[in-house]
Design a protein around this ligand. Structure first.
Ligand code: PEP
Ligand code: MN
Length: 336
């Protein structure tokens, strides 16, 4: 349920109304926009008397939210959420490129990729330390050592780092990580989502490859319901009957999620397509669709990568892509 506050209401009146909601066991989410202030109500709103609320002097209107996702719903928070990663902003017109290898392999590898993608305009460095592999016999990542190597690359380049968590029990290892990624396979690891909701770290939440957009938003709701609003949604391809590509990139996720939610949405063309020569056209299409960013796999030597070499761009290919992305962004920004 949301209560739209009448223009000109004083802070004191809003505080009193919020206190009244709290006294009824409801949680509130206040969204102060340039035009409207909206109080979102979370909890059992069935006992709230809508007529009584609408009769209050400071309340303009009251609406029930029928969707099961509440805090992440744009009706709760009409303005775009801007996630701030140490001054690097994503969302609300701020576009960012995240790039780096699938897996951290060595100090030399991660530093070399970090330096080259930074020079091409990427603002955040990705790299997997804990790798979710289909086979238990495949490389599982350098784990804690991988995070140390990412932090070393961060110290040398100044780039904030993004890396995947696979278990809430590892959270202590992520203290200095700037953005925690929840991978497609863990999108519905609800206990982990709750734990991440209690941390204040920005979370990059990837869509499960068999999940609907509503299920993605419900997973984001788990994080936000625990108090963490710093969520970036990521479409990374879904499983369809097509076999020429690793997954099918569902670009319709961008306009649909932007309408349904205030959270930023970025695209991972690498895992969506799985073939490096298809990454560029789909990355450009993603930018044109209005996505708030890209996360792209880049490797200094894709042929010898321990993981996902077939979909990784070389630093030169990424540089070419980044230049084209900037040109499309210029067109989009000038049109707004
Ligand atoms: C990754 O980003 O390295 C990864 C494993 O992604 P996903 O969870 O989308 O498969
Ligand atoms: Mn990968």
């Amino acid at each position: 349920m949301i209560a739209v506050v009448r223009r000109g209401a004083s802070e004191q009146q809003i505080d009193n109304l919020v206190a009244w909601f709290h006294s009824r066991g409801l949680k509130t989410n206040i969204s102060k926009g340039d035009i409207q202030t909206i109080i979102g109500l979370i909890g059992d709103t069935s006992k709230v008397d809508i007529d009584l609320l609408e009769g209050l002097e400071i309340v303009e209107s009251v609406k029930r939210i029928t969707e099961p996702f509440k805090s992440v719903n744009r009706k709760f928070h009409p303005e775009d959420t801007v996630v701030d990663i140490g001054g690097i902003k994503i969302g609300g017109g701020n576009f960012q490129m995240i790039a780096g290898p699938c897996s951290v392999e060595s100090s030399e590898q991660i530093l070399s990729v970090a330096e080259s993608v930074k020079a091409s305009g990427a603002c955040l460095l990705r790299g997997g330390a804990f790798k979710p592999r289909t086979s238990p016999y495949d490389f599982q990542g350098l784990r804690a050592e991988g995070i140390e190597l990412l932090l070393e690359a961060k110290a040398k380049t100044g780039m904030p780092i993004v890396t995947e968590i696979m278990s809430a029990a590892h959270l202590h290892l992520f203290e200095k990580v700037d953005v925690i990624q929840v991978g497609a396979r863990n999108m519905q690891n609800f206990e982990m989502l709750k734990e991440l909701g209690r941390s204040k770290k920005p979370i990059l939440l990837k869509r499960g490859f068999c999940s609907t957009l509503q299920e993605l938003l419900m997973s984001a709701e788990y994080i936000m319901a625990e108090g963490n609003p710093n969520i970036i949604l990521c479409e990374r391809g879904i499983r369809t009957f097509e076999t020429f590509t690793r997954n099918t990139l569902d670009l319709s996720a961008v306009p649909v999620l932007k309408e349904l939610s205030h959270l930023p949405i970025i695209i991972d063309p690498s895992h969506a397509i799985g073939v490096s020569r298809y990454v560029k056209p789909m990355a450009l299409a993603a930018v044109a669709s209005g996505a708030d960013g890209l996360i792209v796999e880049v490797h200094n030597d894709p042929k010898n990568a321990v993981c996902d070499g077939a979909q990784s761009l070389t630093p030169e290919q990424f540089d070419d892509l980044a230049g084209r992305v900037r040109r499309i962004r210029e067109v989009i920004t000038n049109e707004q």
